[in-house]
Design a binder for this molecule. Structure first.
Ligand code: HEM
Length: 129
């Protein structure tokens, strides 16, 4: 079974990796390549939702109280407060983008940016190293 620190390190690497992908997707948009933005973000969606699902599965096999001290559990709860709504918004963003509903897509981008920034800050910097 993975140990608490191994789970957290894996989580940090995955959050950082998909954030690079998201930034590349925004770069594609800035470079006037919306289709590339869409394709990179499709990959972002698949990897992010797999990470959330994988994390949930791993937690089923781990004694959470033994693996994480109370401070870490509190930090994980704050992280999930951002990560779970972010994961819910991503498929909505994808559908709006794919169906060409640009106004709805861009309107939701503000909320998504706040949720994702919270996910990164609490997932990479607030959890113990
Ligand atoms: C975070 C800030 C984001 C902004 C500001 C943004 C902005 C945009 C804009 C302006 C377009 C329309 C481009 C055009 O047709 O000229 C677009 C398209 C699209 N976006 Fe986003 N987006 C963001 C995040 C996302 C996310 C998180 C996803 C999916 C998980 C996504 C998926 C798509 C898709 C699939 C398209 C359609 C691309 C195509 O035409 O093939 N976007 N986005």
């Amino acid at each position: 079974m993975p140990t608490g620190p191994a789970i957290i390190l894996t989580l940090k690497v995955l959050v950082a990796a998909v954030t690079v992908l998201l930034l590349a997707a925004l770069g594609a948009l800035a470079a006037g390549r919306p289709r590339l933005h869409g394709r990179l973000n499709t990959l972002f969606l698949v990897l992010t939702l797999s990470t959330v699902a994988g994390f949930e599965v791993v937690l089923q096999f781990v004694d959470v109280k033994a693996a994480f001290d109370p401070a870490t559990r509190a930090a994980l709860r704050v992280h999930l407060l951002f990560a779970v709504p972010a994961a819910a918004v991503i498929p909505v963003m994808w559908v709006l983008g794919r169906t060409g509903r640009k106004r709805g897509h861009v309107a939701l981008a503000g909320l998504f940016a706040v949720l994702w920034a919270g996910t990164v800050v609490t997932g990479v910097f607030f959890l113990p190293h």
